[in-house]
Design a protein around this ligand. Sequence first.
Ligand code: ZN
Ligand code: MN
Length: 460
Amino acid sequence: MSYTPIIGLEIHAELTTKSKIFCSCENGFGGKPNTRCCPVCCGFPGTLPVLNRNVVRYAVLAGHALGCTVNSYSSFDRKNYFYPDLPKAYQITQAEKPICVNGNVNGIRIKQIHIEEDAGKLVHEDGISKADYNRCGVPLIEIVTQPDIRDANTAKEFVKEIASRLKYAGVCNAKMEEGSLRCDVNISLMKDGVTGTRAEIKNINSVRAIGRAIEYEIERQSRLLDEGKKIPRETRRFDSEKGITQSLRSKEDAQDYRYFPEPDIKPILLTKEDIENIKSLLPELAHIRKERYIGHGLTKEEATLLVSEKYISDIYDDAVLHYVNKKGICTMITVELFRLIGNGADISLVTGEKIAELVKASDEGTISKNDAKRVLEILCKEEGNPLEIAKKYELIMSQDRDATEKTVKAVIEANPKAVKEYLDGSQKVLGYLIGQCVRAIGKGANPAFIKEILLQELKA
Ligand code: ZN
Ligand code: MN
C-alpha cells in the first residue's frame, strides 16, 4: 500500500559567537577535554548566567535569513532532565516564547527558531564513559519546521538551503561532520487523510544520512502498517554503517521535562528599530545572488558553483566591479581557482581585483592563457598583482612591434617556399610561419601579436 510521508525537521545550529551563551568561556570546536569550561557553564550552584548579546543578534540574523518574524518579546525556560553530559541537570531554552516565528524556506514553513544552550559530550572509550564539558553552554538555535516535507530529497535540499543561509548570514559554519549543524527528523505516514504515529530520529549528522534515514523509515513504517501492526511512538537513532534506524526509547519512558520559566535570565526585549538594524547587516543570500549571476549570462551550473561558498561569491562580485568579462572571470574562478583550492591551496591572498586584472591581461594577450594559470597559482603564494608577478617570472608576452616586425621579416625571407604556398591559398603554412617566429623570439613570444604582424607583412 502507499502512504504519504509527513516529515518535519528540527535543526540545531551552533552559533559562531566568540564566547559561550552565558559565560565568557571561549566558544570553539574540540579542544583538550574540559579546558573550555567554568563554574557558570558547568552549572555550579550559586553561579549566575549572563546572556551574551551577540547570541541574540545572531539568532535575529538567522530569523531574517529564514524569512521569519522576529518577536519583540521572547523569554527563557528551564528544561529539566538528568543526563551525565548536562551537569546542571537542566537546559536553558525558549519553550514558550521563542525569538523568531513563522518563517518560510523553499515553501517549507518554519514554525519557530529558539535560542538554547548546548550540552556536553560523552566519550565512550574502553568500556568507560567520560564527560567532556567543553560544549556545555555553546549557543544554539533550534529551527523547527512544520510537517510540510513529503520526501527524502526535499528534506535534503531544505537542510542544504538552511546551511547555506546560516553560513551567508555569518552565524553558523554549518559543518555537519563536526556537529555544528545537527538534524532531527520527525516522520509518520498518512493514509486516507489520517496521520499515523510518528517516530523521531535524533541527531543525524550528514545530509546524505538524512535522506537514507527517511527512506529507511518510510519502508519500515509502511511494512508495519501493511502487516496491520501499530507504529510505536518512539525516539530512534540512525546507524549510518548499517543504514537502519534503531529504537532508543519508547513513549513509556518519555520524559517529563517539567518546563518552567528560567528565573535567572530576563526576557529579551527588542524594539522594531533593533530588529531592523540587525536586518540591515544581513548580506545578500546565495539564492538571490544565483539569480543575479544568471542575469550576467552565466549558466545555472556556473552560478551554483559561484555561490557554493560566500567567500568565492564575494571574490566574483568584487572582480566584476573591475572588469567586464563576467564569463571569463567566472571560468577563472570556477575552473582554475577551484582546481587550486582542490589541491589544498590557501587563496587568502587572492582578491577579486587581482582575478579581474588577470583575466583582462589574458584577454588582451599580455599574458598567455596558459601562463595565466601559472600566475594564478603564484598569486596564492606571493603578494603582488598579476602584472607584477608576470613580469617577475617573465611571463609577459612581447608586444614590441619593431622587434617582432624584424623577426617576422627575417622568417619570411628565410621561408620563400612556405610564403609562396600561403600566397597560393594554403592557410596551413600560416601556423608553420607563426611557429618559426615564436621559436626565433623565444621567451615572451606572443602568437596572437605575431599573427597580426605576419598577416600585415604578407599582405605588403
Ligand atoms: Zn563557562
Ligand atoms: Mn533542542
